[in-house]
Design a protein around this ligand. Structure first.
Ligand code: G1P
Length: 297
């Protein structure tokens, strides 16, 4: 039986330059999909999967993120005094237990593998999850929970996987697919951001991982990979050679690439349309805009 996963790493040190000027003063992870910060979606997904320790790898300029997870007593008292119990509940659901959340600084942008390695002392010698908050996944059963359940059977390392158009492989880690067992795929290798002509398949890694501590040992070597960065994909692939299996998990759900503007907008529309309080107005507005072909002036 594989071990229980209680710790998750959230690499959030990126500058978010694709969202300038907004990210000049607001961390990208705090930007909202409807009325919830991007990072809240990842936290909720992690909690549903049984995660109780949340490790954020941050950088300069991310202090708004720390404030977000802090209790806001003034606001709480105000809402209590006014009897606004619904809002109070919404607020309290974002609070973190003392000691459940830790922040580690990545002092230099040396790559995703390096960001994960920065959290090694907080992980110790146990399996852990990594979640990239840019990848928002809408699903009946949250993606990480699906993976944790599958991992109980497989052990090893597991990455979320999704088929992408062949011409898009250059934006992803890509799996060299071996045996296929339902939603689980055994991999023979992994390549970070290959050109479509060099890609071993079109099955791409999406930002959810369950990894063993051996991946952290592999990262100790600080080998540079694609783009001159220390890549998580390479450290996971190295495990295959060392006899630790790596599985791709083809999750059920819809993934939004919130690292891109169009993905962020699509997620905003999708989540807004799933909300009872917004659905009707928004649907009407979208129909109106599309039929009159009129953009905001
Ligand atoms: C990262 C990983 C890549 C993965 C992707 C998923 O890339 O390095 O392997 O496929 O996330 O979103 P990034 O998008 O940060 O460049």
């Amino acid at each position: 039986m594989a071990r229980k996963i209680t710790k998750a790493i959230f690499p959030v040190a990126g500058l978010g330059t694709r969202f300038l000027p907004a990210t000049k003063s607001v961390p990208k992870e705090i930007m909202t999909l409807v009325d919830r910060p991007l990072v809240q979606y990842a936290i909720d997904e992690a909690r549903a999967a049984g995660i109780t320790e949340f490790i954020f790898v941050t950088s300069r300029g991310k202090s708004a993120l720390e404030d977000y997870f802090d209790h806001n007593h003034i606001l709480e008292q105000e809402l209590k005094a006014k009897g606004k119990t619904d809002l109070l509940e919404t607020l309290n659901a974002t609070n973190m237990e003392s000691g459940a959340i830790a922040y580690i600084r990545q002092h230099k942008a040396l790559g995703l593998g390096h960001a994960v390695w920065c959290a090694r002392r907080l992980i110790g010698d146990e399996p852990f999850a990594v979640m990239l908050p840019d990848d928002v996944i809408a699903a009946d059963k949250p993606c990480l929970q699906q993976m944790v359940e599958a991992y109980q059977e497989t052990g090893g390392n597991m990455v979320a996987a999704m088929e992408v158009p062949h011409e898009k492989t250059q934006s992803y880690g890509v799996l060299d697919v071996g045996e296929n067992i339902g939603s689980v795929v055994r991999t023979r290798g992994m390549v970070e951001k290959p050109k479509s002509e060099d890609a071993p398949s079109n099955l791409a890694v999406i930002g959810r991982y369950i990894l063993g501590p051996s991946v952290l040992y592999n990262l100790n070597q600080k080998k540079k990979g694609s783009g001159g960065e220390i890549q998580l994909t390479d450290a996971i692939a190295e495990d295959i050679g060392n006899g630790v299996p790596v599985f791709g998990y083809k999750f059920e759900g819809q993934r939004f690439d919130c690292g891109s503007k169009s993905g962020f907008l699509q997620a905003t529309v999708a989540y807004a349309l799933s909300r009872e309080d917004l659905r009707d107005d928004l649907r009407e507005y979208i129909h109106e805009v599309i039929s009159s072909d009129k953009a905001a002036q």
